[in-house]
Design a protein around this ligand. Sequence first.
Ligand SMILES: C[S@@+](CC[C@H](N)C(=O)[O-])C[C@H]1O[C@@H](n2cnc3c(N)ncnc32)[C@H](O)[C@@H]1O
Length: 203
Amino acid sequence: MTTRRTRWQEAGNSGKYGKRFADLVSAGEDIDGEARLADTLLPRGARVLDAGAGMGRVAAALLRRGHDVAAIEPDEALVRQARETYPGLPVEERDILDLRPEDGPFDLIVCVGNVMVFLAEDTERDALRAMRSALGENGRILVGFHLQDRPPHARAYPAAEFEADATAAGLRVDLRAGTYHLHPANDAYGVWILSRAQDGTGG
Ligand SMILES: C[S@@+](CC[C@H](N)C(=O)[O-])C[C@H]1O[C@@H](n2cnc3c(N)ncnc32)[C@H](O)[C@@H]1O
């Protein structure tokens, strides 16, 4: 099991994020935007992993849409919150870096809401490789994070650097957009759809 502390753990963001989403759930607000895009990428009843699931909102929304969903999240408090908020959702206390091919094959891995900028330092390529290893033949990864106005303690991760890391990890950039509604790419936020590169480079 991976023991390196994530930027998220170092930042101590868990309580604030957890409360914010608990309040949004109580108020009946729409928190399914990422899941709606994810759903359009999938056949019905697909196998999906939410990697860095937080309090489980995206995974739960995909479960409601009929997919076979697993969620992993290393923050113990958020795992507890996810299980309490969404009792039917299978959530494991686990790090992306511990993903193995036998965890898959997934049709889609969702890694949204700034997970990539809260990984432990210098683990981005390893995290992308680990996710790639659990993808099915035609599987894809949906990624999204802030390029500007990022949350406190999140790393700056320029789009070009992220795409170079994805390529080095054996992934291909199929699409880059600026929002989960697929507005054009912009400098503020990055949304990517990745798939396995054909030649399998990057391990
Ligand atoms: C801003 S929260 C977003 C949570 C969720 N994806 C959402 O959109 O609501 C960022 C999450 O990234 C997770 N994270 C950071 N490093 C991780 C890693 N190595 N493996 C899995 N999750 C990680 C944190 O624990 C935290 O839950």
